[in-house]
Write a protein that binds this ligand. Structure first.
Ligand SMILES: Cc1ncc(COP(=O)(O)O)c(C=O)c1O
Length: 393
């Protein structure tokens, strides 16, 4: 009977609710921005990855509208079969120039970029050395590849050296890490990791989802931040965060990009993003190439907010970027805090297992260039009030 067949799901959902791990998805009645509307009420928004405030930028919207007029609304089918619009190719060329990479290939999302790339580079019999806190899309890409996955302790180069030595000799191996870790806001030691990769002939791959538009000169990413152009084989990028739109891409050596056009399964078997998305991304590249203003503002906001939260006594973990985790421990506490913040006018979601390890639940504050100083001060006052009420500070 179907009802009995699915009873386990109902039980699991009830269990998630009891543990404070059930995600309630808020419905927004406004575009993404520093403030959003929920249930008819304006809330300060500390939840989006819209780092530069581009998701509702008039220049991107105009570009998208014009593109619909010229190119229509859909790509037709997968690019290898229906042909590729010159527009998609133009975006890839512009992104390569922006990143200082030989070539790029675009995907539907950062997630699919990881799923495409890892299985195309390594397979059965190969090894993957993977940071223990890598993003789910890296983990899934690793699993799909059927290579042996060997985790090393988070950001611990000595531990990486240990596992590489323990597993030597090997045939082909990949070293993969997030650039900026999305839940803690800390940065991978790319300058040290690249040395290990070069010493042992590892293919070196960095997921720059949270470094794109944030790190490096004018947001050119983490490889630019460390000055490692040409030494990191593969960079995964997303157009869904700082770029304010949707999509993903891989930047790297032309040979790798050419290979992904032949063997990247989400490229071969799933349609590309729409012309409106491409146009908006091109407008975002224009903005980033012309000025560092938004990136500078994001960092200024990050420094200001973090310093004040710390001053109040909140534990903000090991963040080195505008991503600001407010560490709370138990998932139920994080959910309670998120609920109270919301009632007071701040949208800041609680994050618990499986997104972060059990017992490390937190509120993750995502700052943006769109926030004004007034927004930040208002948010800080509410954090202080609710933190005291719940005996967190
Ligand atoms: C490190 C990392 N990689 C990839 C992704 C997926 O990006 P997208 O939303 O473009 O699929 C995310 C999104 O949270 C991420 O944090």
């Amino acid at each position: 009977m179907p009802k009995q067949k699915l009873q386990w799901i109902t039980d699991e959902l009830s269990s998630l609710k009891a543990q404070g791990l059930f995600t309630n998805i808020r419905t927004l009645e406004s575009p993404q921005g520093a403030r959003i509307t929920v249930n008819g009420e304006s809330k300060l928004n500390f939840c989006s990855n819209n780092y530069l405030g581009l998701a509702n930028d008039p220049r991107l919207k105009k570009a998208a509208q014009d593109a619909i007029e010229r190119w229509g609304v859909g790509p037709g089918a997968v690019r290898t079969i229906a042909g590729t619009m010159s527009f998609h190719t133009e975006l890839e060329e512009r992104l390569a120039k922006f990143k200082g990479a030989e070539a790029t290939i675009s995907f539907q999302s950062g997630f699919t970029a990881n799923l495409a790339t890892i299985p195309a580079l390594v397979g059965k019999g190969d090894l993957i050395f993977s940071d223990a806190l890598n993003h789910a899309s890296i983990i899934d890409g690793c699993r799909l590849s059927r290579a042996k996955i060997i985790p090393y302790k988070h950001n611990d180069v000595d531990d990486l050296r240990r596992v590489v030595a323990e597993n030597s000799p090997f045939n082909k191996a990949l070293l993969v890490t997030d650039g900026v870790f999305s839940m803690d806001g800390d940065i991978a030691p790319l300058d040290k990791l690249v040395e290990v990769a070069e010493e042992h002939g590892l293919i070196f791959m960095v997921d720059d989802a949270h470094g794109e538009g944030v790190m490096g000169h004018g947001g050119r990413g983490i490889v630019d931040h460390f000055g490692l152009h040409g030494r990191v084989d593969v960079e995964i990028g997303t157009l869904s965060k700082a770029f304010g739109v949707v999509g993903g891409y891989v930047a790297g050596a032309r040979a790798i990009v050419d290979w992904l056009r032949q063997r990247g399964r989400p490229f071969l078997f799933s349609s590309a993003v729409t012309p409106a998305d491409v146009a908006a991304c091109l407008a975002a590249v224009d903005i980033l190439e012309n000025s560092t203003e938004l990136v500078d503002k994001l960092w200024e906001n990050g420094r200001y907010f973090k310093a004040h939260l710390q001053g109040m006594g909140f534990d903000i973990g090991m963040s080195q970027t505008p991503i600001t985790p407010v560490m709370l421990g138990e998932a139920t506490v994080a959910q309670k805090m998120s609920q109270r913040l919301f009632e007071e006018g701040v949208f800041a979601t609680a994050i618990g297992f499986p997104t972060v390890p059990r017992g490390k639940a937190r509120i993750r504050v995502m700052l943006s260039a769109a926030h004004t100083k007034t927004d930040l001060d208002e948010g800080l006052q509410i954090f202080e009030r609710v933190g005291k009420e719940l005996n967190i500070i």
